[in-house]
Design a protein around this ligand. Structure first.
Ligand code: ADP
Ligand code: ZN
Length: 432
């Protein structure tokens, strides 16, 4: 099923001309209504009349997270403050949070793109969606909620946490769909195993997972352990929250809702636009946002684009699952290392659980990376000698994949702290 055939399967030429019109309107509006944007455009020497086609987007200046923080809390508003009906913010763990303000139309679009997301993974009005994303200022909970309501499904707005209760509710209410972070889904599976619950006896059939990086191997683990199909969904507070892009039933890259969010890939060093298929930083422009529109927002997320038509019939451009972030990219002795690369290697190995932490330290001016990873009971209760052999083997595989040495420490099951939201994978103790 396709939720919105007209827009999701629009012929690409028509789509481009629609995007041109939307961009022109958006630029006109922000230039006239927002002093910060007017200042930026004047400084770059570009007027709204200079935007003649969607390709002219490259003439517009980028916006970064730190600029958004500078104008906190209301500096990006491009409508009357009384027209704002809801506010969300990012977690703000690294400074002031960034603010996403929505008009009623923005909320309606949010529900629309999340309705597309759920429908892409086969959800219908007959489904019972257990929404274990956190409700509150975080966008995950309410974004998924609006979309689930829009398709007419039954929503179970349980929010994150209280894992035993999640399982109880899942069983009692016959939940068919779970939405939460991928790491939390694995924690739910773990608690289920402790409670001797068998997912093949549950009605659960699919999960919509996002808000943090995960890999294809982790997908397989989740699908096996929960006996479901696991879909990747992508979004960020700055743009709208979840609903920017998601996988269809082919699970072959994420369809971007291009009629609302215009994607570009740039070289993060030079800012130059890169051709389709080349890896770089994802830049997004909100074409229809009224509350806090963003023009060429640098997401710091790394991916690449594919414009070939998907077998599902949708014509939208697809992005590869996020490969890393320009800022959580670790630089270990000069080598760029993405946590996702490490995860790929770890999850190839028998007996290794998808629970790991990366600890980076500087000893005698040398970066040292330690990978702590949980193994299952069978392996952990083996002799010390075989544990050491396991560590050496993983070290060797990591060296081949990363081109840098990492020390591996196998730890007992449940040794690594669990999270009910986003997992904390990196502990960087270096002081720069
Ligand atoms: P913050 O974590 O900064 O408070 P958000 O909660 O909006 O803000 O998180 C957005 C970020 O989460 C994205 O920029 C991206 O790095 C990450 N993210 C979201 N969905 C996914 C996904 N499906 N795969 C990988 N990373 C994701
Ligand atoms: Zn598709």
């Amino acid at each position: 099923m396709i939720w919105n055939k007209e827009f999701e399967t629009m012929e690409r030429k028509r789509l481009a001309s629609m995007q041109t019109g939307l961009l022109q309107q958006q630029v006109e509006r922000i230039y006239n209504k927002n002093a910060f944007y007017k200042g930026k455009m004047d400084a770059a020497g570009i007027k709204p009349s200079g935007i003649k086609s969607i390709e002219d987007i490259e003439k517009l200046p980028f916006i970064t997270k730190s600029e958004m923080r500078d104008v906190y809390p209301y500096g990006l508003l491009s409508c009357d403050v009384n027209d704002i009906v809801e506010i969300h913010t990012s977690s703000g763990t690294t400074g002031k949070p960034v603010v996403d303000a929505y008009t009623q139309k923005d909320i309606d679009i949010w529900a629309e793109v999340m309705a597309r997301t759920f429908t892409m993974g086969g959800a219908t009005a007959k489904d019972r969606i257990q929404n274990a994303y956190g409700y509150g200022l975080f966008t995950g909970g309410l974004g998924a909620h609006y979309g689930a309501r829009k398709i007419g499904a039954m929503v179970i707005p349980i929010s994150g946490g209280n894992t035993k209760r999640q399982l109880q509710i899942m069983n009692d209410f016959g939940t068919t769909i779970l939405s939460c972070t991928p790491s939390y889904s694995l924690y739910i599976a773990e608690v289920a195993a402790e409670e001797k619950l068998d997912f093949s006896k549950f009605s659960l059939k699919a999960g919509f997972f996002g808000a943090e990086p995960w890999s294809d191997n982790m997908r397989r683990e989740i699908e096996d352990k929960l006996n479901i199909k696991a879909y990747d969904i992508y979004g960020l507070t700055e743009i709208i929250g979840p609903g920017v892009a998601s996988e269809c039933e082919r699970q072959d890259m994420l369809h971007i809702n291009e009629d609302h969010f215009f994607p570009e890939i740039i070289d993060p060093q030079t800012g130059q636009t890169l051709p389709d298929g080349e890896k770089g930083e994802l830049v997004i422009t909100t074409l229809t946002k009224e509350g806090t529109p963003l023009i060429r927002y640098r997401t710091r997320d790394i991916t690449y684009l594919n414009r070939e038509k998907c077998g599902c019939g949708r014509t939208s451009v697809r992005m590869h699952r996020i490969l890393g972030r320009t800022d959580d990219m670790l630089i270990i002795r000069g080598v760029n290392v993405f946590p996702s690369q490490i995860e790929e290697v770890l999850l190839r190995i028998e007996g290794v659980e998808p629970q790991y932490q990366l600890i980076v330290e500087r000893k005698d001016n040398m970066d040292c990376l330690e990978v702590q990873v949980e193994v299952n009971d069978a392996i952990f209760s083996d002799e010390i000698k075989s544990l050491e052999a396991g560590e050496k083997r993983i070290e060797k595989e990591l060296r081949e994949a990363l081109l840098v040495h990492a020390k591996v420490k196998l730890v007992e099951p449940k040794a690594i702290a669990r999270s009910e939201g986003k997992a904390k994978r990196i502990i960087d103790k270096r002081v720069f």
